[in-house]
Design a binder for this molecule. Structure first.
Ligand code: PEP
Ligand code: MG
Length: 865
């Protein structure tokens, strides 16, 4: 018989994939001798089976046996008070193999019935507590299992408080809570979804609801954003309840073994006195910092501190943990590797290696390379900023500036227009994930540093300020009020996620800190990197910035940007309009002077390092003013506009991206190729005369056939004969070029994969329009991820591998690089690291590429030295 349920003692040695992260952590803590309430775990296999077949053979017999075991361990009967003892109640939680905070559902106090409430009241001497436990169970169960809206329960609670004239739940009496609970019971009955008063029926309903919650939309969204596979399934943890709401000597909290925002070493966390489990995470009440325990329960604080140290030594990582104090006794309810900001990740990795807790190699592997650009996020310049108008808690560092929005829909509207938005909410729930993902910053009125908003913002790398208590948010009305100021949708706000300050309008910013630690980590990483890292840069400023980030050259210098600059555009237009050879010559020679200066500046910034210049790529009509504008001017009698309009008409294409551009344009208007290449060669010559060491390379875009390369090379050779040769290469960005790589390779010194176009053409989708449907494709599970962002291994990767192999076979001296956007995306870099000579990334992502390439090297076994 398949086995699906394990007590903590029986689960030793089972993997995280089987037990889920939560179950795995509990088993480890139990084994380390930490105080963990008795529990059993239903494996992820049970979930998968349930979702496939609708039932799991033998599961309930196993569950009954495990509950009996919990009864033995606790000396209590499930759902029934016996001999003055309180009934055994359990919590039912989901726990996927990969942490998905707040995405799945939890039910506490399960097993209570009307008789049970009485027994609990007698056993604790606290009827108020007993009814409170019951009304919480009814609300949680009502929502998660029976499908009632959470607000229905909230509204009844608020209405009761209003009738009693009290503000907080704590002011309600036992009788009030009893009335509330009975009201909930009647309500659920009336709506046709009665609450099962039988504890066993409750347990079954709850476990099945957790299984099903794997499929709920917000869990799917979270998996999509983080690339978590759909078929893992979740485990379920069933654990004996302990209570943090039995009085002032009880409470519940969340701790981190190091600060998750900054990475600073030492216990960090929050505590809510006289509160139950979810109150902290849900962010409904704002908790106090853990250090406050030092004032009134120093022994407890020391105990938590010691446990934190033990957890860290055991797991060799920064851990977060949830705990409950029941009448002065501490229990640990869960632990997992703690979510952290990019800053914290780097600091923790470096410091743990220096403490000898992990090796330097482990430190290098621990930092998510895609998060590095976030490290360089600017912060508010506190010296020069005005006084903040509002103060909250610093939940995720970095400054964010944008328009206030109050809903997912508004966040989507602003994102679609390319405008930055700051999501403002009373508190966030998993339903807000879309808005949080799209926003540049997040601001909430309630909740602490471990609330949903804070945890998710840190994971997403979005600056956030939470728990700004002076703020009142009215999402339905699209407005918020704080300190007498009304904020409406569209108003500009700046947040400082490092201090919790909120400002109206824009304020001065400063560049990011923390670079010294990053430099140290990269210094440990670099010896394992085999793949070269260059930058995509087409201005001297970008070139110097990239060089400062450690770029070893420029892998893609797009020359068209130089043509767009104000003083050049008229000449480009004259070039396009030229009716005679003389006119063309005049335009080209004016552009030549500009190009030479551009190239000199870039080669100077990259002195001693290779600079790959790509000859003109876009279709010419892109340099003309918009059609409507030309038309209006022409109609007003403007002669130049009239001429441009006619030209524009002639150049007009249905599919310009597949039209007269790239090498096609260069071959049929060779004057452009000659002008650009001569500018590059002369720029290098002049710098050499200054005693510098320029290393220009040239490549042609969009080739599809060896003949094109041959012709372009012949044109280039004419100039090489005058100025001396430089490396000549081609981009491989059409599928045909990849397929014919063996024929093309002997004609060139290098290939550079343009994976933007290669992806676009391999999929037959336009990267400019794919935004309309690609996100939905990913959401629906049709694509596992967006291939314009992360390199598609199966298709595009296959073309790439084939081209590398056949190209190298035909030309053993061939150098091979990649310069599409994927060149700065960590998983794509990892994929190509064993295959290519270099990757090329936008300047801020050079760091990501360096770290990702070193991580790939470490995994391949590239030894330091
Ligand atoms: C590419 O296609 O990958 C590339 C680098 O060129 P561009 O993005 O300029 O088309
Ligand atoms: Mg391209």
């Amino acid at each position: 018989m398949d086995r699906f349920a394990y007590l903590l003692t029986e689960a030793q040695g089972l993997s995280r994939e089987v037990l889920g992260g939560k179950g795995f952590g509990l088993v480890a803590m139990h084994r380390a001798g930490l105080p963990v309430p008795p529990a059993f775990i239903l494996s992820t296999a049970a979930c998968r089976r349930f979702l496939q077949e609708g039932e799991v053979p033998g599961l309930w017999e196993e569950v009954e046996a495990k509950v009996a075991a919990l009864e033995g361990l606790t000396g209590k009967r499930f759902g029934q008070g016996e001999g003055g003892a309180p009934p055994l109640l359990v919590s039912v939680r989901s726990g996927a193999p990969v942490s998905m905070p707040g995405m799945m559902d939890t039910i506490l106090n399960l097993g209570l019935s009307l008789e049970g409430v009485g027994a609990l009241a007698r056993a604790t001497g606290n009827p108020r507590f007993a009814w409170d436990a019951f009304r919480r169970l009814l609300a949680m169960y009502g929502e998660v299992v029976l499908g009632e809206r959470a607000e229905v329960f909230e509204e009844r609670l608020s209405a009761l408080k209003a009738r009693r004239g009290v503000r907080t739940d704590a002011e309600l009496s036992a009788e009030d809570l009893e009335e509330l609970a009975l009201g909930y019971l009647r309500h659920l009955e009336a709506r046709g979804t009665p609450f099962p008063l039988d504890p066993w029926a409750q347990l079954r309903g709850a476990v099945e609801a957790v299984f099903r919650s794997w499929q709920n939309p917000r869990a799917r969204t979270y998996r999509r954003i983080y690339g978590i596979p759909e078929d893992l399934g979740t485990a379920v943890v069933v654990q004996a309840m302990v209570f943090g709401n039995l009085g002032e000597d009880s409470g519940t909290g969340v701790g981190f073994t190091r600060n998750p925002a900054t990475g600073e070493k030492g216990l960090y966390g929050e505590y809510l006195r006289n509160a139950q489990g979810e109150d902290v995470v849900a962010g409904v009440r704002t908790p106090e910092p853990l250090e406050r325990l030092l004032d009134y329960a120093p022994g407890l604080y020391r105990e938590i501190e010691a446990i934190a140290q033990l957890l860290e030594r055991h797991f060799r990582d920064m851990q977060d943990f949830e705990f409950t104090v029941e009448r002065g006794r501490l229990y640990l309810l869960q632990t997992r590797s703690g979510k952290r900001t990019a800053q914290a990740a780097v600091r923790i990795a470096v410091e743990m290696a220096e403490e000898g807790l992990i090796t330097r190699e482990e430190a290098v592997l621990r930092v998510e390379a895609n998060a590095l650009p976030g490290l360089l996020r600017p912060a508010v310049d506190r010296e020069r900023a005005p006084k903040p108008f509002l103060q909250g808690l610093p939940a995720s560092p970095g400054a964010a500036f944008g328009h206030a929005v109050f809903s997912n829909e508004a966040a989507e509207r602003y994102a679609a227009q390319g405008l930055p938005a700051v999501l403002v909410r009373p508190e966030t729930t998993p339903e807000d994930i879309t808005g949080m993902y799209l926003a540049k910053g997040i601001l909430t009125a309630r909740g602490g540093l471990t609330s949903h908003a804070a945890v998710v913002a840190r994971g997403l790398g979005v600056p956030a300020v939470v728990g700004a208590e002076a703020l009142r948010v009215y999402p339905e009305e699209g407005r918020a009020v704080a300190e007498g100021v009304e904020i409406r949708e569209g108003d500009l706000l700046t947040l400082d996620g490092g201090t919790g300050a909120v400002y109206l309008g824009a304020v001065p910013l400063v560049e990011a800190q923390g670079e010294a630690l990053l430099a140290k980590l990269l210094a440990w990483a670099e010896p394992h990197r085999r793949l070269g890292v260059r930058a995509n840069a087409d201005t001297p400023l970008d070139a110097s910035r990239a060089r400062a980030f450690g770029a070893e050259g420029i892998g893609l210098c797009r020359t068209e940007h130089m043509f767009f600059a104000e003083e050049r555009l008229p000449w480009v237009r004259r070039l396009i309009l030229a009716a005679t050879e003389e006119e063309e010559e005049a335009a080209l020679s004016a552009l030549f002077a500009f190009q030479k200066e551009d190239f000199k500046a870039i080669l100077r910034a990259m002195d001693g390092l290779p600079v790959t210049v790509r000859l003109l790529d876009p279709p010419l009509h892109e340099f003309l003013p918009p059609w409507e504008e030309l038309k209006a001017k022409a109609e007003a009698g403007d002669e130049e506009a009239q001429a441009l309009l006619e030209r524009a008409q002639a150049l007009r294409e249905q599919n310009p991206m597949l039209g007269f551009r790239g090498v096609r344009l260069l071959l049929l208007r060779p004057g452009i190729l000659r002008m650009q290449l001569r500018a590059l060669l002369e720029a290098a010559q002049e710098l050499r005369q200054e005693g510098l060491d320029p290393r220009p390379e040239v490549m042609v875009p969009l080739v599809a056939d060896p003949k094109e390369v041959e012709r372009a090379r012949a044109l280039a050779e004419e100039l090489f004969r005058v100025y001396g040769p430089i490396p000549f290469g081609t981009m491989i960005e059409t599928p045909r070029a990849a397929l014919l790589a063996g024929e093309i390779a002997p004609l060139v010194d290098f290939f550079s994969f343009g994976t933007n176009d290669l992806t676009q053409m391999a999929f037959g989708l336009s990267r400019d329009d794919a935004g309309k449907f690609l996100p939905r494709y990913v959401e629906e599970g049709l694509f596992p991820f967006d291939p314009t962002e992360r390199l598609d291994e199966k298709g595009v990767g296959r073309l790439l591998r084939l081209a590398v192999e056949e190209g190298r076979r035909a030309n053993p001296r061939l150098k091979v690089g990649l310069c599409g956007e994927h060149g700065g995306e960590a998983r794509s870099v990892a994929l190509v690291a064993p295959l290519l000579d270099y990757t090329s990334a936008s300047p801020y992502r050079v760091l990501t590429a360096r770290l990702a390439a070193a991580q790939a090297g470490l995994k391949e076994g590239v030894a330091a030295g």
